[in-house]
Write a protein that binds this ligand. Structure first.
Ligand SMILES: Cc1ncc(COP(=O)(O)O)c(C=O)c1O
Length: 393
């Protein structure tokens, strides 16, 4: 079937965080929200049908996880990423961020450090600093003409400080890199040499653009698989974040049992009944929708790039290889101290502040383009007008 991503959907009755939390985040609620990473698109029809069917059953009691659920996830990974997962390696978590937080809690002690590659999804800082006396070690990515690579010599220096874990983002939010095999081999080689376990957050691994190919970290080699905990979920690719479910893949029973016993202690071990059917429907029947979504996202990205290039060339943007997020370099536009306030109060658009992704980096913003193109057009026109006013001052 042909999906219509141009359709404007009123999300006001959904209590969508992207809209309802604007005042909390930006201090006003009349801005166009292009921030938190969810989409203003309806999900795939087979998922809607599966959830409706489940809703129509009218009883939403304690629900066990059928074996078909993990099987469908394994099949998706095999089909899309050539990755063989044994369902017995998988643990449930109510989200990747809660899982990352628990992994830091369980696998580190007060005084320990955890390595991250910045700029990165801000919750990577949060899940480390949430726990008493855990420290962040940053390995900053290298930027050259808007394209990012790993700084391997700095990475090795940081690994020598013996962080207890490395939280790795693949594909990378916000810079949109899909790491190449050689990069993954070099990075994992260093982690093996310094005996640092890798937690590989692969939530964006299905949002692949321009024919990019994602390589799961755990498939690099047997040795790497033995030292990697992988985090995957269909919630990002299919706009299901409100259903709260993720799969964490462990290389051994001991680590898996440690993780599971934490959630067992909170009595969190079952999916909610709607996530069960939604994720299975996504994995079994979601390909067609995802393919069409990615074409629309690519077109949105080209549209934004063209608009900025011709109308606001002070803002530089490079096309990412994955995600529906653009990383905007606004350093030529204005002093970074005024940038955030300018976007909110003059352009009236709600973006993510680059400084949240790397504390020593200023002048960047992240834009979510997963919305109908007319909304993006309106946002960019507001931005152009605000920039014109700025130049007239
Ligand atoms: C890298 C990354 N990890 C995790 C998440 C959120 O995961 P969850 O909603 O499953 O907690 C996001 C959301 O944008 C993300 O970008």
């Amino acid at each position: 079937m042909k999906y219509n991503f141009d359709k404007i959907i009123d999300r006001s009755e959904q209590h969508a965080a992207k809209y309802d939390e604007r005042f909390k985040k930006f201090g006003r609620d009349d801005i166009i929200p292009l921030w938190i990473a969810d989409m203003d698109f309806e999900t795939a029809q087979p998922i809607i049908d599966a959830v409706k069917k489940r809703a129509n059953q009218g009883i939403y009691g304690y629900t066990s996880r059928p074996s078909s659920y993990y099987e469908s996830i394994c099949q998706w990974q095999r089909r899309h990423h050539n990755w063989e997962i044994d369902p017995n390696q998988i643990s449930f978590a109510p989200g990747i961020v809660p899982a990352l937080s628990e992994l830091v809690h369980e696998f580190t002690e007060p005084g320990d450090a955890v390595l991250i590659q910045t700029p990165v999804y801000p919750e990577f800082y949060d899940v480390i600093e949430a726990w008493k006396d855990r420290k962040v070690i940053e390995n900053q990515l290298i930027e050259e003409n808007g394209s990012y690579t790993m700084d391997f010599s700095d990475l090795e220096e940081k690994l020598k400080r013996k962080p207890k874990l490395f939280l790795f983002c693949s594909p990378h939010n916000p810079v949109g890199r899909v790491w190449k095999k050689e990069e993954l081999e070099r990075m994992t080689g260093l982690c093996i040499r310094h005996e640092v376990p890798i937690v590989s957050d692969e939530i964006h691994s299905d949002l692949l653009l321009w024919g990019s190919e994602h390589i799961p970290t755990a498939t690099i080699s047997k040795e790497v698989a033995g030292q990697t905990i992988s985090c995957i979920s269909s919630t990002k690719s299919f706009n299901l974040a409100g259903l709260q479910a993720a799969s964490i893949i462990f290389p051994n029973k001991e680590w898996k049992n440690r993780f599971d016993s934490f959630w067992g202690g909170l009595d969190i071990h079952r999916n909610n009944c709607f996530s069960l059917v939604a994720i299975e429907a996504a994995c079994r029947h979601g390909d067609e929708w995802l393919q069409q979504l990615l074409v629309y996202v690519e077109e949105n990205m080209l549209f934004v790039r063209e608009f900025l290039h011709t109308e606001i060339p002070e803002i530089k943007v490079s096309l990412p290889e994955a995600t529906y997020l653009l990383w905007l370099d606004c350093r030529e536009l204005m002093d970074y101290k005024n940038l955030w306030s300018f976007m909110i109060h003059e352009a009236k658009i709600g973006l993510n502040n680059g400084a949240d992704f790397c504390r020593s980096l200023d002048g960047y913003l992240r834009m979510n383009v997963a919305c109908p193109r007319v909304v993006l057009k309106r946002a960019l026109e507001q931005l152009r007008e605000a920039v014109q006013q700025l130049h007239m001052r």
